[in-house]
Design a protein around this ligand. Sequence first.
Ligand SMILES: Cc1cc2nc3c(=O)[nH]c(=O)nc-3n(C[C@H](O)[C@H](O)[C@H](O)COP(=O)(O)OP(=O)(O)OC[C@H]3O[C@@H](n4cnc5c(N)ncnc54)[C@H](O)[C@@H]3O)c2cc1C
Length: 288
Amino acid sequence: MSLLHDIDAVRPATLAEALELLAKEGAALRPMAGCTDVLVEAHFGKPMAARFLDLTGLRAELGGLAFDDEGLHLGALCTYAQALRDPRVQREAPALWHAASVVGATQIQARGTFAGNVENASPAADAAPVLMALDAQVELVSTAGLRRVPLCEYYTGYRQTVRHADELIAALVVPRASLGRPGQWYRKVGTRAYQAITKVGLAAHLTWQHGVVAEPRIVAVAMAATLKRCPHLEAAVRGRRLADLDDAALRQAQALDLQPIDDVRSTAAYRAEVFARLLRQALQATAR
Ligand SMILES: Cc1cc2nc3c(=O)[nH]c(=O)nc-3n(C[C@H](O)[C@H](O)[C@H](O)COP(=O)(O)OP(=O)(O)OC[C@H]3O[C@@H](n4cnc5c(N)ncnc54)[C@H](O)[C@@H]3O)c2cc1C
């Protein structure tokens, strides 16, 4: 098992320097931000990277949280604590604020970043599913330039993302169209109310118009190998009134989108049952 003193890390002073290093060393150089995921891996005996790219010196370039005409920009080093201190995040992206508030405890919130949560690619993550439901984009940067990928298209398999080895996440961008709109919802279910890893969760942005669901985004947590948008469920609720949403039809659609598994945290049957109830709660809580 690797011990902390074994870690070889390089600490660039600028983003340009970081990208040059990544361009040269690729996957042999692993980015580290808050390290709340990276260093935990050592305790589980996972092989550590040959070398780490310590991003913490890049706060001036990657640390920001800003609102502009385009939306909300969460810089790669933006922590949960930063977002939790921002009343505008709480007002305009309440589900994201709530997700940040249920990540670990204060110490983890002080160090952990949204970008680290996205790139760690856990199917049980808290912030990433809400960002998906808010239609966020991942801004990737390399010496070749910038590209943006919708977070909904970011995960390609268990713990796999479309990020190339020479790219860094520069920011996550929540579009203005998602901000300040009602219908944002997130709930995780774990073994206890706080400091629990999610057994099953649901993030949604359900836009209602004239009593029907006009634009649904539903994201399942810990129900598949990746965080997952649910196209069948979205189709099943779109254009429907709350009173017309039949549980049997919703469960049928759910079974097409999600085939959860038994694992150390829960069973497939529990996950399927609780997810169906979470969806009903989300619909009831947001209906207007
Ligand atoms: C005690 C404890 C409790 C936790 N509780 C929760 C919880 O309740 N909910 C939850 O979702 N998570 C939880 N976590 C996991 C973790 O805190 C979060 O996923 C956190 O957001 C990770 O951010 P970080 O900055 O620490 O990432 P790091 O550990 O620094 O990195 C995580 C991954 O992202 C990559 N990475 C980081 N930044 C970049 C970048 N800019 N570009 C490209 N790749 C990058 C790293 O190479 C690594 O693969 C917990 C962790 C601990 C130790």
